[in-house]
Design a protein around this ligand. Sequence first.
Ligand code: ADP
Ligand code: GN1
Ligand code: MG
Length: 370
Amino acid sequence: MTVTGELTQLSAAFAIDGDLVAIAPFGNGHINDTYVATYVRAGQSVRYLHQRINHRVFADPAQVMANVSRVTAHLRGKRAGKEDRYALEVIPTRSGAVLLRTETGNFWRTYRFIEGTHCREVIATPEQAYQAARAFGRFQSDLADLPARTLAETIPDFHNTPRRWDALQHVLARRPTRANRARAEIAQGQARRGLVHPLAHLHARGRVPRRIVHNDCKISNVLFDAAGDEAVCVIDLDTVMPGLSLHDFGDLVRTMTCFAPEDAIDPRSVVLEISLFDAVVQGYLEAARALLDKTELAALICAAETIIYEQGLRFLTDYLAGDAYYRTTRTEQNLDRCRTQFALLASIDQQRDALRRCVDAHVNGVHAVP
Ligand code: ADP
Ligand code: GN1
Ligand code: MG
């Protein structure tokens, strides 16, 4: 059955009253297939989001939805009646399931569409960076009392940087034809090998606590109020599972400290802006500081570098493997994405002292004006 055929099944399957009048692809996620659907009920339009879970990436979609249900219920309980757009709301099927498996073996879920919001692919102002970082920090701290064992590991070794390094070596050993085009990036990946282990060692030795974290804190995974810069809802909960707070902080820096898009064609446009970095640190610590221990606070910059590097390795590996994982819309997109990550690392190299001063000032409670 075609996707269009499946889409018409959804309106009958999910517990939505009203007639389906429009459905269209939505958003720019790299992993799932997302559609916005408009239903009309008693003359009123209501929108829902139907999502096909990528089951090549998430081997057990039922496990993903069990996690999502626990997390959304917990978040809702924290802010019941106060902020109605704070957490995603799962819409069940007519038989009460949170997941629909179609005859073709695809897995679909439905969320209420969060109206009056928009998603950003890039940061435009320090205020937005502050808001988004605070929202992800608040997300971590609101989940701190949910026992880690209640959530399954939906993708094993997700932020295991040594495993990501091994995956690159594995694809290189197959002598991929694209390796020629990526010679410079392969060399950069090798040159920064020193970033493979430090965070993984802290983790393996139990020096930093495992917490429930988001694991994919990129700018497009938080919805902003349409009328201003307020970050209202953290979305994309498929990878919420036990991990390190530092992994989340790393992704904040990776995606919110630079004005250029993740797939910028000219890596010279990729510059870490200290004013954005300062806003990220401020927003994140404002919401999560009480949670963090000394070792976590001391490792913030190391975490940022590790996650940016890891993401560079992941994009490079996928480019060499023929774009098997991330959605692409042009041939060199994964290579461009890899370049931006390595360019961001180079920009960190040039400003390391300023970043250190900024983190220290926030950690020690002395506000830095960069
Ligand atoms: P992916 O895993 O593919 O990144 P996401 O869950 O992040 O998928 O969703 C893709 C996009 O859909 C988001 O970036 C956002 O623009 C939009 N989106 C997701 N959930 C909602 C929602 N409940 N309401 C409004 N927009 C949403
Ligand atoms: C993917 O699903 P999305 O687009 O929000 C990926 C993240 C990467 C990100 C890079 C499950 O996130 O890990 O950091 O792309 N998600 C998964 O943009 O692999
Ligand atoms: Mg997403």
